[in-house]
Design a protein around this ligand. Structure first.
Ligand code: PMT
Length: 408
């Protein structure tokens, strides 16, 4: 079974007798490693209490579209961005009709419209309601839009009738939800990722650095592992909690300065198929490093800086020297004119792809949990709208896997 570990599953519960099984489903999703947030419709709360769903999901349950408290925290857009997949179980005939027609008159239908993650429904209803031409037309509309239908199953129904309309059992729904996440797109590939900041020493105790937390690069390394790659992560100094989030079988090399990162990358790059430079490598370092702490003896002092080696450019340049060069992906951190600067970097360094992000603004870029990326490659590109760095990393890895196949 594909892994649900650390996947964000938004579980929608609509009104139907099968809602009592949603508690078991939430528990099983968590047992499989997923993080679960629950959105209930008003009808669902007639069948099972939000308190039960809160207890089994481990998170507050979301009920209302226009809830000032929720809007300040996990509002509908934040929930839509948070979700790696939406599973609505049970999905009533009414909910299917609403989704098929694009109605957004409650929290769950609104989140589904606002979400670019995969959506799956586990229909549950009386067999006649399922067979009704209106429901079947809605089903076909939804399937044509890429919504996945998990069931319904056949058997005895709560109303006493027998036929198609039973909600698929929770253990199968967990497996089917895991199946929404593609794995193996990079299986057999060696991927090297750089992450975090570098520190450029001034003297025995001081350094120049930047605000990179490593979250983006670590998320990319984890997504590459999920996609089946063997991953080497060359990491600048990051906090213990960032390190703790990385899968155990990532081979991590800790470095401090740009020169050390250069050395770590260049000595291993010949074995790698894909190189992704997400680290915020210092462009300049002090020309000389004082052996002891610089004393406060002058009113002012000037620092002479020199360029650091450009790791990304050196990796990409291997191709022009006839050596095996990996598929090379750079990042561009920009405060203005994102596209022009990113395209210039891509061209100057002859990169296969560049992922550009805005920095210096709250909420994205450096040291935030979310980001947004604009990707550029020769003759094409793509926007990855704002969402969690984990979700973006998976999207980025999926696109890199596609582009690698195009190049080969
Ligand atoms: O770590 P987080 O807090 O999660 O933040 C993520 C991030 C904003 C750091 C990340 O998304 C990002 O943009 N990383 C690249 C930052 C950067 O240094 O951008 P740049 O435009 O200055 O550099 C362009 C590229 O050259 C980057 O791929 C960089 O790794 C590479 N480079 C730069 C200098 C150098 N000496 N060697 C390099 O390899």
């Amino acid at each position: 079974m594909n892994s649900l570990v650390n996947k964000h599953i938004l579980l929608g519960v609509t009104g139907g007798i099968a809602a009592y099984k949603s508690a078991d489903l939430a528990r099983r999703l968590r047992d499989a490693g997923a993080q679960v947030r629950v959105v209930m419709t008003r009808g669902a709360t007639e069948f099972i209490t939000p308190l039960t769903m809160q207890a089994v999901s481990g998170n507050p349950v979301h009920l209302h579209l226009l809830d000032p408290q929720a809007e300040a925290g996990m509002g509908h857009i934040a929930l839509a961005r948070w979700a790696d997949a939406v599973l609505v179980a049970p999905a009533s005939a009414n909910f299917m009709a609403k989704l098929a027609h694009g109605l957004a008159d409650d929290l769950l239908s609104t989140v589904c419209l606002a979400c670019d993650a995969p959506i799956a429904l586990a229909p549950a209803m009386n067999r006649q309601m399922w067979a009704h031409p209106a429901t079947q037309a809605n089903r076909h509309t939804l399937e044509a839009r890429g919504v996945r239908l998990f069931g319904p199953g056949e058997g005895e129904q709560a109303c006493g009738e027998v036929g198609l309309g039973r909600m698929t059992e929770p253990q199968h729904l967990v497996e089917m939800t895991a199946g929404l996440f593609e794995i193996g797109s990079l299986s057999g590939k060696q991927v090297m990722v750089t992450a975090g900041p570098t520190r450029e020493a001034l003297d025995a105790v001081r350094y120049i650095s930047n605000r990179s937390s490593g979250k983006m690069g670590y998320a990319i390394a984890a997504a590459a592992v999920e996609a089946g790659a063997t991953v080497t992560l060359v990491s600048g100094p990051v906090t213990a909690s960032i390190v703790a989030g990385i899968p155990a079988h990532v081979s991590r090399i800790d470095v401090e300065s740009a020169a050390q990162m250069y050395e770590a990358v260049m000595s291993r790059v010949s074995q790698c198929d894909i190189f992704i430079g997400a680290a915020a490598v210092a462009d300049y370092r002090p020309q000389r490093v004082a052996a002891s702490k610089i004393k406060k003896t002058h009113a002012d002092i000037n620092l002479a800086l020199e360029r650091t080696p450009d790791i990304l450019a050196s990796v990409a340049a291997l191709r022009s020297t006839g050596q095996d060069a990996p598929f090379t992906v750079g990042f561009a951190a920009e405060t203005d004119d994102l596209e022009a600067h990113a395209q210039a970097k891509r061209a100057a360094k002859a990169l296969d792809m560049i992922a550009a992000n805005w920095v210096g603004q709250p909420g994205t870029g450096f040291d935030s949990d979310e980001n947004a990326l604009t990707l550029f490659w020769e003759g094409g590109g793509m926007q990855l709208p704002q969402s969690s760095k984990e979700k973006l990393a998976r999207q980025l890895i999926a696109i890199i896997a596609e582009r690698v196949h195009v190049r080969n």
